[in-house]
Design a protein around this ligand. Structure first.
Ligand SMILES: C[S@@+](CC[C@H](N)C(=O)[O-])C[C@H]1O[C@@H](n2cnc3c(N)ncnc32)[C@H](O)[C@@H]1O
Length: 317
């Protein structure tokens, strides 16, 4: 079971089976968190890990890794959108593997002051990087139309208009400041019956994605990764909801297409992409409920010529 103080890495063995870390090679852990993936990679003698995480809370754990692994480990408190510049400035080309374990960590979810969860009451924050606009500002200051669009686009929530209307009518009387307050307002838009997941799940997911610009970040991260991957390098992505999985799947489809560069140059950039993702075993799901929606997709780098794939091409406008 998940410890309250840590994060149990999801699909760890499956990711390592794909990545197959080797001595003297360099790997990027783009979502360091508690360092579960980084540690497993570093167990391979002599390989190197460059890790990033946008949350300043990851810095402490990274310092412990630095003490333990010294020059084999580097950490930067950066976002996916800074990865391209970072790798350019480090002069690091030919990375042998990238891992992206998307979403939030158990440390972030379990800390009620971060506002990611409505299981406990906390302030409506939801910022992974701890900068920029908070969920509270968006919920209280955005127009009804904008809120409805956000909840629909990033939450696939059919009741988005009704929920946005209710939020706007409630905030006239009192500013909405806590996770439980928002969860109650959203729940009141649903009939009282049994739901498989809490009625506020999709709205919370949508606001979190919007606050953290998660889709834009993901697209920049995927493009940066393919630019720096070595020949036969692996790009592994673990997703947790259908919106990010759709982007990843489209990215692999486009880069895996024989017409990727042009109709004349019939070569693909990444290969070995399978339509069917790798999912956690029943045992992992029963040990760690958080893993239940995880999907691992990966591709292997073919040759050294990449171009940027736009959000439009990936079906995200
Ligand atoms: C699911 S956790 C990763 C857990 C990690 N694999 C482990 O084993 O401990 C996701 C982490 O990615 C970070 N993250 C999410 N989006 C990011 C982005 N755009 N840039 C950098 N870090 C990001 C979050 O702050 C969080 O710590």
């Amino acid at each position: 079971m998940i410890e309250k103080t840590g994060h149990v890495p999801v699909l760890l063995n499956e990711v390592m089976n794909v990545l197959e870390p080797k001595s003297m090679k360099t790997y990027i852990d783009a979502t360091f968190g508690n360092g579960g993936y980084s540690r497993k990679i570093l167990e391979t003698l002599d390989c190197k890990v460059i890790a990033i995480d946008r949350d300043p809370l990851a810095i402490n754990q990274a310092k412990k890794f630095k003490d333990e692994y010294q020059e084999r480990f580097e950490f930067f408190n950066y976002k996916f959108s800074q990865l391209d510049n970072l790798l350019e400035s480090l002069g690091t080309k030919n990375i042998d593997g990238f891992v992206f374990d998307l979403g939030v960590s158990s440390m972030q979810i379990d800390n009620q002051d971060r506002g990611f969860s409505f299981q406990n009451d906390g302030k409506l924050d939801m910022r992974m990087s701890q900068d920029g606009s908070t969920a509270e500002e968006i919920i209280n200051e955005y127009s009804e139309t904008d809120l409805a669009d956000i909840i629909f686009q990033y939450g696939d929530e059919r009741k988005s208009r009704k929920i946005a209307k209710k939020i706007v009518s409630e905030r006239i009387n009192k500013r909405i400041t806590s996770t439980i307050e928002l969860a109650k307002i959203v729940s009141s838009c649903f009939a009282k019956k049994y739901y498989k997941s809490h009625p506020a799940t999709k709205t919370f997911q949508a606001i979190r994605i919007f606050v953290n610009k998660e889709i834009e970040e993901l697209i920049e991260g995927l493009n940066a990764a393919t630019k720096f991957l070595a020949e036969n390098g692996k790009l592994c992505i673990v997703t947790f909801h259908s919106i990010e999985d759709r982007i990843v799947k489209n990215f692999f489809k486009i880069t895996g297409s024989k017409n990727y560069i042009s109709n004349e140059n019939r070569e693909n950039l990444l290969f070995n992409f399978k339509n069917k993702p790798i999912k956690p075993s029943d045992q992992e799901i029963s040990d760690n409920r958080r893993s239940r929606s995880a999907k691992l997709r990966y591709g292997i780098r073919n040759f050294n010529n990449s171009k940027v794939i736009s959000s439009n091409e990936l079906g995200f406008i």
